[in-house]
Design a protein around this ligand. Structure first.
Ligand SMILES: Cc1cc2nc3c(=O)[nH]c(=O)nc-3n(C[C@H](O)[C@H](O)[C@H](O)COP(=O)(O)OP(=O)(O)OC[C@H]3O[C@@H](n4cnc5c(N)ncnc54)[C@H](O)[C@@H]3O)c2cc1C
Length: 398
């Protein structure tokens, strides 16, 4: 079964392709293709290029700099960006807090934050999880107590990705401990350089600084930095992703990785035969392709339905579950294909530290770093078990 876009959609696809081919620096695309890290400066430069074209924030309302695209166009844009090996923009500003500010922000908050996010001049991180609040997010305990026109914030956030690179953090804090959990939470926008904020690194098992724990010790935050009403932060948090929660299928990313897998299988040999020609690998690729096509059909069906104003139920949970599991299945195949070179070490970061020249094909670099990075996909943003619970309740009525 093949998907066919309408002529308008094809024109749009071509426009995106032409832009990417003209503007995406080849050295950045090569880094992304290799799975090597792209620096914050490089990501920011790419973000600015997109902003100049008016394409940095597809999900935002047009009046604040959004593109006005429908969901299918956003899907096409995403697929083309991944196909061209464009780096991801940091999601915390553009995808998460930006749309929330556009929806719930005061005029002053919109005027201050939105242009800076749109033009990559202020970077953000997400302060939701705490040592005692992850899947059960409503139990956040970081306390914000009123003191005149300020809140005094005490507590800590954990697993905060990119806090060391961020200018600001958006946080869920407890403003009322005496009511039902969800009803006593507020949403604060907080300058991470404020006195009393300390950032401690947390390292993943491959030695990379993947997260941080952020501590708040009597941090003074103006009440004017609260997004939405006091004690209504749960509503803001739930709406944070808006339409973006429909874009969780990772179809574009899976397509990109399958492309990498095909190249790798064509290049790697065993007994003088390309792996791509072996029955075993052909079957593995076919199986992944079928799963990917099923995911894309389901995703596009949902996007078309939402574009036409239809109701969305538990489908985003299904897409998140299937899309993240598929990425991990692709990683398994890559890991098998580069065999002993895909050592359980992140070769790229090891080499950067030691300065040594790596043995084995360059593409093996991609495999370990990708596999370790993607491990978090079935945990962050709602673990697979939590998605199963949502589906069981909403679809099966359990
Ligand atoms: C790569 C990565 C980046 C992240 N970045 C951020 C960030 O920037 N900001 C931020 O705030 N957080 C971030 N997180 C944290 C993430 O949101 C939490 O890890 C996630 O919500 C799970 O919470 P937890 O780690 O406390 O695990 P827990 O909630 O303690 O869960 C532990 C285990 O129990 C299972 N479980 C929990 N509840 C149930 C249930 N009701 N039924 C069945 N099983 C259940 C879970 O699936 C999991 O396997 C990140 C996590 C990862 C992996």
């Amino acid at each position: 079964m093949q998907l066919a876009f309408t002529s308008d959609q094809q024109r749009f696809q071509n426009e995106v392709r032409e832009f990417l081919s003209a503007k995406l620096p080849t050295e950045i695309a090569a880094k992304v293709a290799r799975g090597a890290g792209v620096s914050q400066a490089e990501t920011r430069a790419w973000h600015k290029t997109l902003a100049e074209r008016g394409w940095a924030a597809p999900a935002w309302p047009a009046e604040y700099g959004g593109t006005g695209w429908n969901l299918v166009q956003r899907h096409i844009f995403d697929v083309e960006c991944r196909r061209a090996q464009a780096p991801y923009l940091s999601a915390f500003g553009i995808t998460m807090v930006g749309p929330a500010i556009a929806r719930y922000g005061s005029d002053q908050q919109k005027a201050e934050h939105l242009p800076l996010i749109l033009n990559a001049e202020r970077s953000w991180c997400q302060g939701y999880s705490e040592p005692g609040a992850g899947s059960d997010l409503a139990s956040v305990a970081t306390r914000a107590e009123r003191d005149g026109d300020d809140y005094i914030v005490n507590g800590s956030k954990i697993w905060t990705s990119a806090a060391e690179l961020a200018d600001w953090i958006f946080c869920l804090v407890r403003t009322n401990p005496d009511v039902q959990q969800q009803k006593g939470i507020s949403f604060l926008l907080l300058d991470i350089k404020s006195p009393g904020v300390t950032i401690e690194p947390l390292y993943a098992f491959n030695g990379k600084r993947l997260w941080n724990q952020v501590f708040f010790d009597n941090v003074r935050v103006p009440t004017a930095n609260r997004l939405g009403a006091e004690d209504r932060g749960w509503t803001v948090a739930k709406s944070l992703l808006g339409d973006e929660r429909l874009m969780v299928s990772r179809v574009a990313e899976n397509k990109r990785i399958l492309g990498v897998a095909r190249d790798m299988l064509a290049a790697e040999q065993a007994d003088d035969k390309a792996l791509a020609e072996m029955d075993y690998y052909q079957r593995r690729v076919d199986e992944l392709e079928v799963r990917l096509q099923a995911l894309e059909m389901t995703s596009l069906r949902l996007l078309l339905q939402a574009d036409a104003g239809g109701q969305v139920g538990a489908e985003p949970s299904m897409l998140k579950l299937k899309g993240s599991e598929l990425v991990q299945a692709m990683d398994e195949l890559l890991f098998e294909a580069v065999g002993h070179w895909a050592l359980p070490l992140d070769r790229a970061s090891q080499a950067r530290v030691s300065g040594e020249v790596l043995a084995g094909p360059e593409r093996a670099e991609y495999v370990a770093s990708g596999r370790y990075h993607h491990r978090g996909y079935t945990i962050a943003g709602g673990s697979s078990e939590v998605q199963h619970n949502i589906i069981a309740k909403a679809v099966l009525g359990l």
